[in-house]
Design a protein around this ligand. Structure first.
Ligand code: S3P
Length: 451
């Protein structure tokens, strides 16, 4: 088993230079959110779940290792093909050692949800980035089920959880739009009698709800009076193993697609990308910016809508991106900001408070990085404002990636359209979500490499 990302590994500097046109067809790795859930729900089902297209990035491998430590058996049987022998809801075994979830917030928060209603004790930690991230957002609702937590100051990892012996179902209104928090509560609800409810004021990705239904759980989503939705799960379902086909990750596809939009003469098609409407906010923004993007060959694969996405270079214009769209494109702001830097005019991205608690403080990381690359940028409250000059950014900067894969990839893409090369201090975090990123981009014509 590959070990999750450790902050102590050596940094790998990388650079990207102005490139000729990018061209070709490609597939990106499997969806990270769906990959985590396929392994977790497979572990809670009875029987063998066969998964194809699993993202074999460090984050997902951390989930697999944790599930194996909890008594399930997740085994790689081929390229992106995994078999999970589940143990059923309520049967997690106490892990002998701490669970190290590397860089992965999704692993940490969703697994804490599962652990909260099993009468076992577990110790959870992660890398320097994950240890900085807030866990209070799950500790608070999960404590209401009867779980006990002992965490570092500010509810940070490492933490210890003692799951509830007699869990109590809860009704929980999300204070922040977060699919991870929603999922943690629903997962805790599986091993709890009665009905557990999450009220979601703003819609977030619904892969948990879709996949739980696919495994046979009773999950309902209804409109909530006064706006938003009310999601309920019935406790003690008999989850039955079910095959999962993981679509390409739209959050990973965003990097080559925007590279194609900003490098003159480019024409790329990314095949088999998930286009779940709760993930496609970026495509709406790009359309408003005048991008030449086409969704081709729309189809359904494994319960999720999928398409091939073609992007051709052209002139982009600035746009106003409303706060309400943020949950449907929360991971795409670093690369959208790069597109905005190359566009003509001002792009205002509103309501980005959640970016401050991602793998890094992304709001600060984007603003600092763009500023160093000669782009006019400002943060006003929770809004990010980028003044695009309508031509190539200066570049010529070193970017600190701060253990953040998306900051690393976004600034490498910026380098492909900059006047001077853009360097990143550490390329290694990219392996958490997009193993093989540099090789794939190079194959399409991108100038990325070590100096
Ligand atoms: C995810 C939800 C989002 C997203 C993360 C994956 C998920 O996080 O940023 O990359 O799989 O549920 P939040 O729930 O914190 O917004």
């Amino acid at each position: 088993m590959v070990h999750p990302a450790h902050s102590s590994r050596p940094a790998v500097p990388m650079a990207a230079w102005r490139s000729g046109p990018l061209a070709g067809r490609l597939r990106v790795p499997g969806d990270k959110s769906i990959s985590h859930r396929a392994l977790m729900f497979g572990a809670l089902a009875i029987g063998r779940t066969e998964i194809s297209g699993l993202l074999e990035g460090e984050d997902v491998l951390a989930t697999a290792a944790a599930l194996n430590a909890l008594g399930a058996q997740a085994v790689r049987v081929g390229n992106g093909r995994w078999a999970v022998d589940g143990i059923g809801v309520g049967a997690l075994a106490e892990p002998e050692d701490r669970l190290d979830l590397g860089n992965s917030g999704t692993s940490a928060r969703l697994l804490l949800g599962m652990l909260a209603t099993h009468p076992i004790t577990a110790f959870v930690t992660g890398d320097a980035s994950l240890r900085r991230r807030p866990m209070g957002r799950v500790v608070e609702p999960l404590s209401r089920f009867g779980a006990h937590f002992v965490a570092r100051e500010g509810n940070r990892l490492p933490l210890a959880v003692r799951g509830a012996t007699d869990p109590i179902p809860i009704v929980y209104r999300l204070p922040v739009p977060s699919a991870q928090v929603k999922s943690a509560v629903l997962l805790a609800g599986l091993n709890t009698p009665g009905t557990t409810t999450v009220i979601e004021p703003q819609p977030t990705r619904d892969h948990t709800e879709r996949m739980l239904r696919h495994f046979g759980a009773t999950v309902s989503t209804e409109p909530e009076e006064g706006g938003g939705s009310r999601i309920t799960v019935e406790g003690y379902p008999e989850l039955a193993a079910a095959p999962i086909v993981v679509p390409g990750d739209p959050s990973s596809a965003a990097f080559p697609l925007i590279a194609a939009l900003i490098v003159p003469g480019s024409d790329l098609t990314v095949e088999g990308v998930g286009i779940n409407p709760l993930r496609t906010g970026l495509l709406e923004c790009l359309e408003e910016m005048g991008a030449d993007i086409a969704l081709l060959n729309r189809r359904e694969e494994g319960g999720e809508p999928v398409a091939d996405i073609r992007a051709r270079a052209g002139i982009l214009k600035g746009a106003e991106i409303p706060a309400e769209r943020a949950p449907r494109m929360i991971d795409e702001y670093p690369i959208l900001a790069v597109a905005a830097a190359c566009a003509r005019g001002r792009t205002v991205m509103r309501g980005l408070a959640e970016l401050r608690v991602k793998e890094s403080d992304r709001l600060a990381a984007i603003a600092t990085g763009l500023d160093r690359c000669g782009v006019r940028v400002a943060v006003e409250g929770d809004d990010l404002i980028v003044e695009g000059a309508g031509n190539f950014p200066a570049g010529g900067a070193m970017i600190e990636t701060q253990l953040d894969h998306r900051i690393a990839m976004a600034f490498l893409v910026l380098g492909l359209a900059a006047n001077e090369p853009v360097r990143i201090d550490d390329d290694a975090p990219i392996a958490t979500s997009f193993p093989g990123f540099n090789a794939m981009m190079s194959r399409l014509g991108a100038a990325i490499g070590q100096e």
